[in-house]
Design a binder for this molecule. Structure first.
Ligand code: C2O
Ligand code: CU
Length: 466
């Protein structure tokens, strides 16, 4: 496979295929070289054991929340490896249901992607499965089940995978905020009704308790002068957040794991379910009081996410160049490339929950064992795809196994200086993206509002060689 792809890309660069418009050759040339087509394992294997099982955790004020957790923690264990290292996870399922682990955002071999029936049989209660792969990219990724995810993720099954650069930039610390949103009932426990009509008719399950790192009272304590890297993940089923860091000197340096072309102001970034952002923040002075960081996605009702406290002995600020200087092609010519496919996103009555969410009028039946891909793409080619939201609801569309660039919203060109693996498509909006598939296999594409996905808004894209 590696050779085939290398040849395809080189051919694309030097001698455009017949019929391939010149823009395509240019777009491919801009991509090749910048992103590794193959993993480069350095021989070091990092082994972890992960067990999924029901347990209790302290949410806040000593309140015991019954959850399903990886290794007894919510969020699950933070797996940290370096680029070039191989991750080996021995996973055991002690849940009352079958499950899998999907490695969100990671370019990996298809057999390790954790999609039930498509890439592996589901892991039955009591069974063990070994996931092993060498990521091709450094960045902030996460993992979660891909079986009944609207229930399993909501109950607490998710964790972070950080792939550090081979030489990590010298931030004084590397902190993580995992943002989640829980719908608790009168007894303070996870409301055990999933995929309700209400959730399905709206933007999924939005909860009544917001947590950061599993707590409602998370505080990040830093010293004046510190320069930190703060990584954020939205692991909620449905809620979109827009964290407001405007009171701080914060720069956006990575989105969905991948570095930006240059650091930018993070204001207005919509962190949809599945999205990650990395911020570079320097704390210049002491602050008299804790600084609350608010989510301002819904302008009427800001939500407090966590507090930052700057106190103590000052440290000398670390001066080093921002790591955000990736080669991110502008792909301006991408909009002239004919659209390869336009996916229509919509809903209709019917299906097991009463409402089905569809892609091109098809609802994915999660528990069936046989799936036809909706679209076939060739490895190493440039594609422009479009999502047309015919509904009024939100759809953060996520592609497995590849990353893409946003080209336009409602036909208006946008140049985000970064790649993504999840893009929020607003009600009635159309979104154009471009991508170059690098890995062969059956890759899922779905809405990351997990109730929408469970009710059908999922499909498979087949990437074939040559
Ligand atoms: Cu977090 Cu199929 O995705
Ligand atoms: Cu959706």
């Amino acid at each position: 496979m590696p050779l085939v792809l290398a040849v395809a890309l080189t051919a694309g660069a030097c001698k455009p295929r017949e019929k391939a418009p010149p823009q395509v050759a240019r777009a491919l040339r801009e991509f090749e070289g910048a992103y590794p087509l193959e993993a480069r394992p350095n021989g070091t294997v990092r082994a972890f054991d992960i067990v999924a099982e029901p347990t209790e955790v302290a949410l806040v004020n000593g309140h015991r929340l019954r959850v399903w957790a990886y290794n007894g923690q919510v969020p699950g264990p933070q797996l940290r490896i370096r680029l070039g290292e191989t991750l080996r996870v021995r996973f055991t399922n002690r849940l009352p249901q079958e499950t899998t682990i999907h490695w969100h955002g990671v370019r990996l071999p298809n057999a390790m992607d954790g999609v039930p029936h498509a890439t592996q049989p589901p892991v039955q209660p009591g069974e063990t499965f070994v996931y092993e792969f060498t990521p091709k990219d450094a960045g902030t990724f996460w993992f979660h089940p891909h079986v009944r995810s609207s229930e399993q993720v909501e109950r607490g099954l998710y964790g972070v995978l950080i792939v550090e650069d081979a030489e990590p930039p010298p931030y004084s610390r590397d902190a993580m905020w995992v943002i989640d949103d829980w719908l608790l009932d009168e007894t303070g426990q996870v409301l055990p009704r999933f995929n309700t009509r209400h959730d399905l008719a709206h933007d999924g399950r939005w909860g009544n308790v917001l947590t950061v790192n599993g707590r409602t009272d998370e505080v990040l304590r830093v010293r004046p002068g510190e320069r930190i890297r703060l990584r954020l993940l939205n692991s909620a089923n449905g809620r979109v957040v827009m964290p407001d860091f405007s009171a701080l000197e914060a720069k956006l340096i990575a989105v969905d794991g991948m570095y930006l072309r240059e650091p930018i102001d993070p204001a207005g970034f919509e962190l949809a379910p599945g999205n990650r952002i990395d911020l570079d923040i320097t704390f210049n002075q002491n602050m008299a009081a804790p600084l609350p960081i608010f989510d301002r996605f819904s302008s009427r009702r800001p939500n407090r996410l966590a507090d930052i406290v700057v106190e103590g002995e000052p440290v000398i600020p670390a001066g080093f160049a921002s790591p955000a200087r990736a080669h991110v092609p502008a792909w301006k010519e991408g909009l002239q490339v004919p659209e390869h496919h336009g996916f229509r996103l919509n809903a209709r009555r019917g299906g097991p929950f009463g409402i089905e969410w569809t892609i091109d009028d098809k609802a994915f039946a999660g528990h069936s064992h046989h799936h036809e891909p909706l679209l076939t793409l060739k490895q190493g080619r440039f594609y422009r795809l479009r999502f047309v939201n015919e509904s009024a609801r939100l759809h953060p569309i996520h592609l497995h196994g590849m990353f893409f660039r946003l080209l336009a919203r409602d036909g208006v060109p946008v140049d985000e200086p970064f790649f993504r693996d999840t893009v929020l498509v607003h009600g009635r909006e159309s979104v154009d993206i471009a991508l170059v598939p690098t890995d062969v296999g059956s890759w899922m594409m779905h809405c990351h509002i997990l109730e929408h996905a469970e009710a059908g808004m999922m499909t498979l894209l087949e990437v074939t060689s040559g």
